[in-house]
Design a protein around this ligand. Structure first.
Ligand SMILES: O=P(O)(O)OC[C@H]1O[C@H](OP(=O)(O)OP(=O)(O)O)[C@H](O)[C@@H]1O
Ligand SMILES: O=c1cc[nH]c(=O)[nH]1
Ligand SMILES: [Mg+2]
Length: 213
């Protein structure tokens, strides 16, 4: 698995406010949206394009257009929804598939409650977005679903990642033929005994949308 930590002062600046417990929900949503735009710019460096010939008002020119089928963006509900608009702003022609996944706060086991992915992802390039990579169980399961459907190039974009979760993902992805890239704004120190990222930002879904039961 290729890992890219986006090291940029604007990313660090926005992330600091995002982490702050005094940041309210509207500001949190705006910052998550702004951050994903910056991360997506880096994450889409490998987006597939094809050469095209065009004519400018002055002369013929060679350029590129996004290859078809265009990439699939997959937000993991709930918190991943906070990163969707920023992604499709950069990739307006992308299709969107949804995965609803939740981890049990006691056991940290993950269950999938919604699967609205295209049935056949053969040869597709997929960008999966979720702000938090904690134990890694959620992203590992999501990536397995995508590979089973035929995706052949997967990039996960997160705001924060824990070293423990990265290790789990690397282990899970070791025997996959499919290239997987992780793009994140920061790798934090550790997980606490409740599986929360330290220092982290708390529960991303709750901070975006309110406490869910
Ligand atoms: O790496 P893991 O240990 O699996 O944890 C990460 C997951 O936890 C959070 O979702 P949560 O289960 O809180 O659901 P929500 O988005 O509905 O709040 C987060 O958005 C990730 O999906
Ligand atoms: O710190 C964490 C870990 C998992 N999910 C979150 O929203 N926050
Ligand atoms: Mg949550």
């Amino acid at each position: 698995m290729r890992i890219q930590v986006v090291d940029h002062p604007l990313v660090s600046h926005k992330l600091t406010t995002l982490r702050d417990e005094n940041t309210d929900s509207p500001t949190f949503r705006r910052l998550a949206d702004e951050l994903v735009t910056l991360l997506a710019y880096e994450a889409t460096r490998g987006v597939r394009v094809r050469e095209v010939e065009i004519k400018t008002p002055v002369a013929p020119a060679t350029g590129v257009k996004l290859e078809t089928p265009t990439p699939l963006v997959v937000p993991i509900l709930r918190a991943g929804l906070g990163m969707l608009d920023g992604m499709v702003r950069l990739l307006p022609t992308a299709e969107v598939g949804f995965l609803g996944m939740v981890r049990d706060e006691e056991t940290l086991e993950v269950s999938t409650y919604a699967d609205r992915l295209p049935k056949d992802l053969s040869g597709r390039q997929v960008y999966v977005v979720d702000p938090m990579l904690a134990t890694g169980a959620t992203l590992a399961q999501a990536i397995r679903f995508l590979v089973e459907r035929g995706a052949n190039d997967i990039t996960a974009i997160t705001l924060l990642a824990a070293p423990e979760g990265i290790a789990v993902l690397e282990n899970e992805m070791a025997d996959l033929e499919v290239p997987v890239t992780l793009v994140t704004a920061a790798v934090d120190e550790k997980l606490n005994e409740k599986g929360y990222i330290v220092p982290g930002l708390g529960d991303a879904g709750d901070r975006l949308y309110g406490v869910a039961h």
